[in-house]
Design a protein around this ligand. Structure first.
Ligand code: FBP
Length: 570
């Protein structure tokens, strides 16, 4: 007998009754006990979503950068106000209106995506009975090809509070060319959609904004709302304090780092070089450092600010290893952000030259293309290990980004550190034993069972997206704030997507993009790390956070990054 479900938000049985046989790719009959229990985990809603509410406009917006360019690119949306839900004495939204809504998961997986969909679905059930929710399959390609599935309560049931994006799957395609916009228009017209929710990262929400602009310019009735997803944690601003998935992914990596630390301490013979996912910003690495206290942590944004070279970073690592050897510690744990390579100015130059070359030419076997590199870049390229050279030349993703997940920086640093230590040994300035072990913690963290925080946050994001669409909003990103307070006090609204935009050079052209939120060296999370890292370097104050807890102590804890950014104690 399935346990009964206690919900704070309502009591309809579409949430309570398990469907007869499993109707989707997921089979709760073969779920673990934890997975099954999670299906019934209650999802509290912010108070404003439990009462009649009104949507008020907040002041007109500009852009994160290049406002004139953004105004030209988004003539129909630029400057529109953001929106905030406020409790009202009586319902001002038309609840008798039946809506047809589409939803798409876009980009890399992030724990909690299924709950955003559950939130949209439940909003429609609670406030717009008789509505239909369609899931576009396989990411934005599903919109262009009109591949969809109707999401019913039976369909959604096994996915509540579960990791992954497999309910409708994701994809990295971009809706870019006039033909592709036309295809998207045909699909939303075919399904007669009132709204479309795009659950994605910075690039996908940029795409959401372009779609919203296009639909408005063509008088298509479909409104578009984005949702902030990415484990990388780099889609955030004042109104959107964090992207979903970051909390869970960091807790998963921190558990693994804690285990590796205990292993290092137990054998006393290995330096573990751990590369952590996060394509550009180093938020994940910083958060994991705050949770586990490694001996060395490299933060990409600091490397860029100090204009460090590859040699400088190597020397920094080697200096600490040498000092630890004097204390007889020939082991340790080193965290390296996935995107580091792109922060080292000399490598950055090399990558942007390679991007331009790859955007216009194919890389020939004979190496003629190398003639297009500046002398400095060519010298650096030739210095890099062959595997790294090959990885730098791999195809860019559809958004024009280097696929840093495929560049094994941790292995490169092991080689470079080894060479420098050998040199110092010969000079008599280092005496110890160095053995490097490489790890990449990336995909392991993207589909874990979402933490209580991500589960609740995502549900509110989805529920809020439903409210924004029902109120006729478009070109906004669902925004849930006041996250340091109890859930009842969280705020709900939508932020104008154009207010997050800037222009950047991609694929050799200037394009509108949502400006990535990088680690800020003047903000609390980095400052706290910087004040403690010297102590962590030479002593071994490792912390092993253990697995994610769903009940009991620590189960509702939020990330150190978010706490510190909110001005709270971590
Ligand atoms: P999003 O920005 O789409 O959320 O993706 C994040 C990420 O997990 C990065 O951390 C990583 O570099 C990249 O996706 C890997 O991409 P892929 O899944 O295509 O290998």
């Amino acid at each position: 007998m399935a346990p009964s479900l206690a919900l704070d938000g309502g009591s309809d049985d579409y949430r309570l009754t398990p469907p007869p046989p499993p109707v989707t790719g997921r089979f709760p009959s073969v779920y673990s006990q934890v997975q099954n229990t999670r299906i019934f985990h209650a999802l509290p809603l912010p108070s404003v979503l439990k009462t009649p509410f009104n949507i008020v406009d907040v002041p007109q917006s500009s852009a994160a950068g290049s406002p004139d360019e953004i105004a030209k690119l988004f003539p129909n949306l630029f400057g529109q106000p953001s929106a905030m839900l406020v409790p009202s004495g009586s319902d001002t939204v038309q609840y008798d209106q039946k809506l047809k809504i589409g939803v798409v998961l876009s980009g890399g997986q992030a724990p909690g995506g299924h709950n955003v969909i559950s939130g949209i679905f439940d909003y429609l059930q609670d406030r717009a009975k008789g509505s239909t929710l369609y899931g576009f399959r396989g990411g934005p390609a599903g919109i262009m090809k009109c591949k969809y599935v109707e999401l019913t309560s039976d369909y959604i049931y096994p996915y509540r509070n579960q990791g992954g994006f497999d309910m409708i799957r994701s994809g990295r395609d971009k809706i870019e060319t006039p033909e592709q916009f036309k295809q998207a228009e045909e699909s939303v017209n075919k399904l007669d959609l009132d709204g479309l929710v795009v659950i994605g990262g910075d690039d996908s929400n940029t795409n959401a904004c372009l779609l919203a602009e296009y639909f408005r310019s063509k008088n298509v009735k479909t409104h578009v709302i984005g949702c902030p997803k990415t484990i990388d944690g780099d889609l955030k601003c004042k109104e959107v304090p964090t992207s979903f998935g970051f909390d869970t992914a960091c807790k998963i990596y921190a558990e693994m780092i804690g285990n590796v630390m205990t292993d290092a301490r137990s054998t006393g013979k290995y330096y573990h070089f751990v590369r952590l996912m996060g394509r550009a910003a180093s938020h994940i690495t910083l958060e994991c450092a705050l949770q586990t206290h490694p001996n060395i942590t490299i933060i990409g944004e600091e490397v860029a600010a100090k204009k460090l070279t590859l040699k400088n970073v190597t020397d920094y690592i080697v200096d600490i290893i040498s000092k630890r050897a004097e204390a007889n510690y020939n082991y340790g744990v080193i965290l390296i952000p996935e995107g580091l390579i792109d922060f080292i100015p000399e490598v950055q130059h090399l990558i942007s030259e390679l991007n331009e070359i790859l955007a216009h030419d194919t890389v020939d076997e004979g190496g003629l293309w190398k003639k297009k590199l500046a002398d400095q870049s060519l010298k650096l390229f030739e210095l890099l290990p062959r595997t790294i050279q090959e990885q730098l030349l791999l195809e860019r993703d559809p958004h024009g980004n280097v696929q840093v997940a495929k560049i094994e920086t941790e292995k490169m640093f092991i080689q470079m550190v080894e060479a420098e230590l050998e040199k110092r040994e010969q000079e008599g300035t280092y005496k110890g034993g160095f053995k490097g072990q490489s790890h990449f913690f990336g995909y392991e963290g993207r589909c874990g069972l979402p933490t209580n925080f991500d589960s609740t946050y995502c549900y509110a994001l989805g529920y809020g997206a439903g409210a924004l669409l029902q109120s006729g909003k478009t070109g906004l990103i669902s925004s849930v704030g006041n996250l340091g307070a109890p859930v009842e006090e969280w705020t709900v609204g939508g932020t104008a997507l154009t207010s997050l935009m800037d222009v950047e050079r991609r694929h050799g052209k200037f394009k509108p993009v949502i400006k990535k939120a990088m680690v800020e060296l003047e903000e609390a999370p980095f400052k706290k790390f910087a004040s403690l890292r010297d102590e962590w370097a030479l002593t071994n104050c490792y912390i092993s956070p253990g697995p994610i807890q769903f009940t009991g102590p620590g189960s509702d804890a939020i990330s150190h990054t978010l706490l510190l950014e909110l001005g709270l104690q971590a």
